[in-house]
Design a protein around this ligand. Sequence first.
Ligand SMILES: Cc1cc2nc3c(=O)[nH]c(=O)nc-3n(C[C@H](O)[C@H](O)[C@H](O)COP(=O)(O)O)c2cc1C
Ligand SMILES: *[C@@H]1O[C@H](CO)[C@@H](O)[C@H](O)[C@H]1NC(C)=O
Ligand SMILES: *[C@@H]1O[C@H](CO)[C@@H](O)[C@H](O)[C@H]1NC(C)=O
Ligand SMILES: *[C@@H]1O[C@H](CO)[C@@H](O)[C@H](O)[C@H]1NC(C)=O
Ligand SMILES: *[C@@H]1O[C@H](CO)[C@@H](O)[C@H](O)[C@H]1NC(C)=O
Ligand SMILES: *[C@@H]1O[C@H](CO)[C@@H](O)[C@H](O)[C@H]1NC(C)=O
Length: 446
Amino acid sequence: MRLQSVIGQFTALNIVLLSVSAQSAQQLIDAVLNPFPNLTHYSSYSSAIYFNYTLYNQTPIAPTNYDKLEASAKNILPPHAYDYAAGGVGLEKTVDANRQAFDHWQILPRVMRPVLPARNLSRVIFNRTLPAPIVMAPIGVQTLFHPDGERATSKVFGEHGLPYTLSTATSTGFADVAASNGDGNPRWYQLYWPSDDDLTRSYLRTAQANGYEVLVVTVDTWDLGWRTRDLDRGYFPFIQSIGVQIGLEDPVAHEKLGFNALATNATAEQKQMAALYHVITTSRGVSPVWENLWKLREIWGDKPIVLKGVQSVEDAELAVKWGLDGIIVSNHGGRQIDGAVGSLSTLPDIVEAVKGKLTVGFDGGIRTGADIFKALALGADFVQLGRPILWGLAHEGDKGVRHVLKSLLAEFELTIGLSGCQSLEEVTRDLVTVTKVFQRLYTVFN
Ligand SMILES: Cc1cc2nc3c(=O)[nH]c(=O)nc-3n(C[C@H](O)[C@H](O)[C@H](O)COP(=O)(O)O)c2cc1C
Ligand SMILES: *[C@@H]1O[C@H](CO)[C@@H](O)[C@H](O)[C@H]1NC(C)=O
Ligand SMILES: *[C@@H]1O[C@H](CO)[C@@H](O)[C@H](O)[C@H]1NC(C)=O
Ligand SMILES: *[C@@H]1O[C@H](CO)[C@@H](O)[C@H](O)[C@H]1NC(C)=O
Ligand SMILES: *[C@@H]1O[C@H](CO)[C@@H](O)[C@H](O)[C@H]1NC(C)=O
Ligand SMILES: *[C@@H]1O[C@H](CO)[C@@H](O)[C@H](O)[C@H]1NC(C)=O
């Protein structure tokens, strides 16, 4: 009796139910609560949530609203960890600008189109067919947010077949992350380009040996920005040996230092020296330059190389000229320059200048599935998720990450369908419009 009414209530909500040929009500429920991972009906996650509450009185592990999710993570995390992730530089104007840029654009949906429940979100990125153009942003020091850190995040991205980017500031090494990420899954490696070519070669070789197939070179963080929240605490995770694992494990670093800080007989002083050595060699205070890119190409071969941290049309054009395979339009989440332009505001002009000549990724301020839709409609080939995943991680490691990722995928797929699209090819520029109040301002100033 009760089950009947539950099913009646939900068939209207999700057509997935109709496509399940269940022999019994229990099978039907099982199919909704535990859909095959190979079926990318991301939007059925909402049914799973409603069913869990109706049948088992369980609500999700973390809020589905981003602001509440962040507030909940703040409650869980030690203050220095929360501030390290939430904070930006200076007055955090760039952090705000990243979010405000999304308000400049609004979705203009289409209706009465033949949109099927099986929306196709897949796209080929760097020669891999991805189930969705969504990538984990490189984020270091993840054990700050949960002891499982990178193991948890890489595991969940692997489960979904979505690329996981390992940071040079990771708190878990190449091999361990590859193992938790899973065989055959797309793995990318983000380089903070060392000042010492021997170290660079060693990091890149270890990355390739562990199946990392795209090289992301972050070019906006060769020195650390003025991070006011951390400065006021004197908090710098690397001094406490968080986020230096790649340096600690590297054989060339051992040679250069004359000891292995991970050896059982290593002294406390050696451990600290090795940690500092990694920070100094990777955030050296000297900017990388275009003219040296050939050194990376020589080591990485013809596998993709991508520059992360591009915000101007001129640099995007230079990236084409210097033979890069891609760029990621990003300002490091507002963590490097205060008072800078919102990342999404720079995207349309960059897309216009270089679309089709290289792959264009985007990050900065993505909080919802609708945000993903906007960035793709404005021409990004793929987007990266940053802070939302960290707030998920704070909620019991992989469980919270899984919940946040599934929620974003579900909302993204629903937004695509409800906007009248069946596939990503249909998510085009004409489905977003400049918010009216800004249109008026532009008219006044032009
Ligand atoms: C805690 C934290 C650590 C980060 N570490 C790195 C890093 O190691 N390498 C890197 O290229 N970007 C790093 N980033 C920047 C992200 O890759 C991404 O550009 C940024 O988080 C996007 O902004 P959003 O999270 O507000 O959407 C970090 C960001 C945060 C919040
Ligand atoms: C998904 O996986 C299940 C179980 O492994 C299998 O029975 C089903 O055919 C697969 N579906 C598709 C579309 O590959
Ligand atoms: C539903 O509950 C089960 C345990 O009863 C849990 O494993 C699963 O993650 C829950 N799903 C959602 C969407 O909350
Ligand atoms: C989904 O889209 C991808 C990329 O455009 C395409 O290669 C694939 O054939 C499509 N799949 C289906 C089932 O239409
Ligand atoms: C792309 O992938 C195909 C099949 O996986 C492979 O044969 C080909 O060499 C790849 N091309 C490049 C440029 O990596
Ligand atoms: C630790 O052991 C190694 C190998 O036995 C040795 O070379 C090294 O000097 C030792 N380190 C210290 C600090 O004693």
